[in-house]
Design a protein around this ligand. Structure first.
Ligand code: PLP
Length: 382
């Protein structure tokens, strides 16, 4: 047979899935491995979905998505951050941030273009750059700096082929929120070298210690903003996200999307309209709950001897496991087999993640407390 696409063939399976598969075969596993809310979608949003089905909203929508939803997204960005996007020309609805990421990289990149990706980072960033014909160029961040992106390190990685910098803040897997100064420095670099900034802000509502800075307010002319409903509204399975970007970029994203996806699911878009129409109580309650768990869990990790940088956002803790003397893969595998606690080894998020494990605290508090007991027992036995 003729060879398959070599870029895709060379892409390893997700390191997260491997641990799920092992954990799925075991009893009594406490999973801190999953990157999704443990809440069900708030009832009034589900009700809007049910209403949409009952009334037969089962068709395609316009390619860019429901105008009402785009208006609400742009209004929301204006209200919360002062960002100004035209819902007709600078906003489109995608099937999750996942599709948004894929779309925008295909639109921005020509074969061989480089994209700078600070790591540790979300597992999809590097593969998606590769699938779009580009080359991901990793730059490290350090937990000693709370994973803040160092513009000097980024600058050293820029070449004539660099087209964009791809960042996520608040971040998966570290929970780090990029400080304003780091973002300002990135914007200066991007302007100096004429680079796009692709900013995955899917966790923007999930911040605990300070306000989130929307990159779209700092450099709107070159920022492609990715956001969605999966995390803050507990809507992972509905598959709704959005892109807000300069008109030329948004237009080409719609061009690709109209051939590949046509539109995000109609019922889900109507549910998303409800998510942005009602009061914020549900989001606020979930954020307060994550924050409570975050405090207990991070304190607990430190008490059992695992250094843990303060996660300011998302729902992940990324403690150092260096004191165990084990690499992250061995640590995660042994912890799973010895104590039935599933975590994700830090190295799957990039080389700077080595020496860490990712623990999701989107898990009920009693489970988190039991996980701490088990991890402590594992450390003491080692
Ligand atoms: N971006 C980040 C940083 C994520 O952690 C995830 C999911 O875990 C996604 C994007 C995918 O989001 P969506 O469900 O909107 O496709």
């Amino acid at each position: 047979m003729r060879p398959l696409n070599p870029v895709i063939a060379a892409c390893p399976p997700s390191g997260i899935r491997r641990f799920f598969d092992i954990a799925a075969e075991m009893d009594d596993v406490i999973s801190l491995g999953v990157g999704e809310p443990d809440f069900v979608t708030p009832w009034r949003i589900r009700e809007a979905g049910i209403y949409a089905l009952e009334h037969g909203y089962t068709t395609y929508t316009s390619n860019a998505g429901l105008p009402r939803l785009r208006e609400l997204i742009c209004d929301d960005l204006a209200t919360r951050y002062g960002a100004t996007y035209d819902p007709r020309e600078e906003c489109l609805i995608t099937t999750g941030v996942s599709e948004g990421l894929d779309l925008v990289l295909r639109v921005l990149l020509e074969p061989g273009d480089e994209v700078i990706v600070p790591e540790p980072c979300y597992v999809a960033y590097e593969p998606c750059v590769g699938f779009a014909g580009g080359t991901p160029v990793r730059v490290p961040t350090r937990w000693e700096d709370d994973f803040a992106i160092d513009a000097d390190v980024v600058a050293a990685a820029i070449t004539p082929r660099t087209k964009a910098i791809l960042i996520g803040s608040p971040a998966n897997p570290t929970g780090a929120v990029q400080p304003r100064a780091a973002l300002d420095a990135l914007v200066r670099l991007a302007r100096e070298h004429d680079l796009y900034l692709v900013s995955d802000e899917i966790y923007d509502r999930l911040t605990y210690d300070g306000a989130h800075t929307c990159l779209g307010t700092l450099a709107p002319e070159r920022t492609v903003l990715l956001g969605g409903f999966s995390k803050a509204h507990a809507m992972t399975g509905w598959r709704v996200g959005w892109i807000c970007a300069p008109q030329a970029v948004a237009e080409l994203c719609v061009r690709v999307h109209q051939y590949t996806m046509l539109c995000a699911p109609h019922v889900s878009q109507l549910a998303a309209v409800e998510a942005l129409s009602g009061p914020d109580d549900d989001v606020d309650a979930m954020v307060a709950d994550y924050d409570r768990r975050r405090r207990v869990f991070v304190k607990g990790l430190r008490e059992i001897g695992l250094d843990c940088p303060e996660p300011g956002g998302a729902f992940y803790a990324f403690p150092s496991i260096r004191s165990s003397g084990l690499d992250s893969e061995t640590f995660a595998e042994r912890l799973l087999h010895a104590e039935s606690v599933a975590v994700v080894p830090g190295n799957v998020f990039g080389p700077s993640g080595e020496g860490h494990i990712r623990c999701s605290y989107a898990t009920a508090l009693p489970q988190l407390e039991e996980a701490l007991v088990r991890i402590a027992r594992f450390l003491n036995a080692g």
